[in-house]
Ligand binder design. Structure first.
Ligand SMILES: Nc1nc2c(ncn2[C@@H]2O[C@H](COP(=O)(O)OP(=O)(O)OP(=O)(O)O)[C@@H](O)[C@H]2O)c(=O)[nH]1
Ligand SMILES: [Zn+2]
Length: 206
């Protein structure tokens, strides 16, 4: 991807526009504020590591739908449902800047256009790698597929566990959240929606 650069020897990419130097300065200040000594040996490189990690975790801000789909839209006959399920994601909640993570399930009914299968994961990451709430993540993925493919319908189900509810706050370790976004026939036709949800449920308890 043009606007990404690689961190030496790691294979990790972060946006070339990210101000790593300034982010490192702020991270160093932050370490002091939480009661640490930013000058102790173990923390000397931490501000820069933190800046690079955060640039990666929020790289979705620097990506566009056009870039991530890379023209992989193909002509196709038929209008049978396609489901890509159990796409893992990691995101950061916008309230506490703590991770939430889980899986995304995507279904659509094509109208002459299909999308390269890997692109569903790339679209998921483009929106997950930003500050999010789970509900918006679900809707943004559905709308992106709607925009790119102009299909008869799209359904997205997102499952997530939120560390802000587990390691702090209400401290509930076993709750998980399911959110969904349904567009076109997935919203208007209960049978289409049920077919999608049955395929998502297959092999698991949902
Ligand atoms: N709807 C929704 N809420 C979220 C998400 N991630 C975190 N939250 C919630 O955002 C809310 C913020 O509530 P506040 O009362 O303003 O913040 P808080 O005092 O830190 O809340 P607690 O987490 O209950 O301690 C909490 O209920 C979180 O559980 C999400 O993806 N979707
Ligand atoms: Zn949170």
């Amino acid at each position: 991807m043009k606007r990404m650069i690689e961190v030496e020897d790691t294979g990790i990419v972060f946006p070339s526009g990210a101000d790593i130097e300034r982010m490192s300065e702020l991270a160093q200040e932050w370490l002091g504020l939480i009661g640490e000594d930013p000058g102790r040996e173990g923390l000397l490189k931490t501000p820069e590591r933190m800046a690079k990690a955060w640039a990666f975790l929020t790289k979705g801000y620097h990506e566009t739908l056009e870039e991530v789909t890379n023209g992989a839209v193909f002509e196709a006959e038929g209008s049978n449902m396609v489901v890509v399920k159990s796409i893992e994601y990691y995101s950061m909640c916008e309230h506490h800047l703590l991770p939430f993570f889980g899986t995304v399930h995507i279904g659509y009914i094509p109208d002459k256009k299909i999308l390269g299968l890997s692109k569903f994961g790339r679209i998921t990451d483009m929106f997950a790698r930003r500050l999010q709430v789970q509900e918006r993540l679900s809707i943004q993925i559905a709308q992106a597929i709607w925009e790119v493919l102009e299909p008869h319908g799209v359904g997205v189900v997102v499952e997530g566990q939120h560390l802000c509810m587990m390691m702090r706050g209400v401290e509930k370790q076993h709750s998980s959240t399911i959110s969904s976004a349904m567009l076109g026939s997935f919203r208007d036709d209960p049978r289409t929606r049920e077919e999608f949800l049955a395929l998502v449920r297959q092999g698991k308890v949902l």
